[in-house]
Design a protein around this ligand. Structure first.
Ligand code: DAH
Length: 362
């Protein structure tokens, strides 16, 4: 036997061991026993220099070749084992997509009350044939103020604390202080009749128990040749009844002032407390829920509509406030704390999609 035949023999032995391996762990322990610090091949490598000079070169070549072959074989075998493991996992983990979700799965994630209330509002107005309109959170003074009949000198500009942003190409930029600019954008791009609501985020520099710098409003706008206050009152009454899920509601329309409506009114709904719980619809107290009015003729002119032909009514309300009133939260700031305990308590199940036919919040 050639004195280097032992390398061939060794390789055969190792190959045999490898092919008997069933798991990645077994393969790894074989690898360590051969190629690890104290492994068979590692000690042969250390032995190269101890060979007599005539043998050293061939011995070295043979050991390195053996190492390469064994390493390749281990790698190949490892990748086969990995493939087999994946295939087995897939075949053992078959998911039947037709099975109902486990109860716990549905209940882990919750829908934030603001999302839920927004959906409720959309459901009610969709039923009255309103469409959803949208506008950008970053507005300019033209849409947020000027076109809404709030010129630069107007005191209403100072009434709200606006977040101004750096100008872009000399043009003003701000975070919209209300959803009313969506009225302007809609009237500029759509022909009457218009019947839209615009829910979305709004921003004012304000923070206390009932104010947060970012909050949510929903705007409503109707433009038609015969839009009138009677319709406005009906729409708002229907909305309040549906939203608070009561069959009748005592409402009060109070004269007010907004630059973009004339006349302007604020809507209060009657309420009282029972066992420390707020009951909406009847009672001696009043809750202010929204602002509204007939669209100011100047606003119509600003969007190239003839006030002699077209009339409109509009309304705006705070979604967060509606949520607080309906679901009894007392601190608005908690809405945005991302506290999981709060969300688990006040959040809604993902499948509780508001529907008028089912009852909004059932
Ligand atoms: N934009 C008003 C605000 O943020 C709310 C409002 C009042 C909207 C009257 C309207 C309206 O469309 O007609 O306070």
């Amino acid at each position: 036997m050639n004195k280097f035949d032992k390398f061939l023999q060794l390789q055969e032995q190792i190959s045999k061991k490898i092919t008997q391996v069933k798991t990645l762990e077994q393969l790894e322990s074989i690898r360590v026993s051969i190629l690890g610090k104290k492994g068979t091949i590692t000690s042969l490598l250390k032995n190269i220099s101890a060979q007599i000079p005539e043998d050293r070169k061939v011995f070295g070549e043979q050991v390195n070749q053996l190492k390469r072959k064994v390493t390749e074989e281990i790698d190949r075998y490892k990748s086969n084992l990995l493939d087999a493991e994946i295939i087995e996992k897939i075949s053992n983990n078959k998911i039947d997509v037709t099975l109902p979700l486990p109860e716990s799965g549905i209940d882990i994630g919750k829908i934030h009350p603001i999302s839920q209330v927004t959906e409720e509002v959309i459901e009610i107005f969709s039923d009255m044939d309103f469409y959803i309109a949208e506008g950008p959170d970053i507005e300019d003074e033209q849409h947020n103020f000027n076109a809404l009949n709030i010129p630069d000198s107007h005191p209403a500009r100072q009434m709200v604390d606006t977040f101004y942003l750096p100008k872009v190409n000399g043009e003003s930029r701000l975070l919209r202080t209300h959803t009313s600019p969506v009225q302007i954008r809609t009237m500029l791009t759509k022909k009457p009749p218009i019947r839209i609501i615009a829910p979305g985020r709004t921003y004012r520099s304000d923070s206390d128990q009932t104010h947060t710098p970012m909050f949510h409003q929903v705007e409503g706008l109707v433009i038609d040749t015969d839009a009138n206050m009677g319709q406005l009152k009906w729409v708002l009454e229907e909305f309040c009844k549906s939203f608070f899920e009561v069959s009748s509601i005592k409402m009060r329309l109070r004269p007010s002032y907004f630059p973009f409506t004339e006349p302007s009114l604020e809507v209060d709904i009657a309420c009282h407390k029972e066992n420390n719980q707020l009951i909406v619809g009847e009672g001696e107290d009043w809750l202010e829920v929204l602002g509204s009015g007939m669209v100011h003729p100047q606003v119509l002119r600003n969007v190239n509509l003839d006030p002699k032909v077209y009339k409109g009514f509009a309304f705006g309300m705070g979604i967060d406030r509606l949520a607080m009133l309906k679901y009894g939260m007392t601190d608005l700031r908690a809405f945005f704390d991302s506290d999981l305990r709060w969300l688990r308590h006040y959040g809604f199940r993902a499948f509780d999609i508001p529907s008028l036919s089912k009852g909004l919040s059932e």
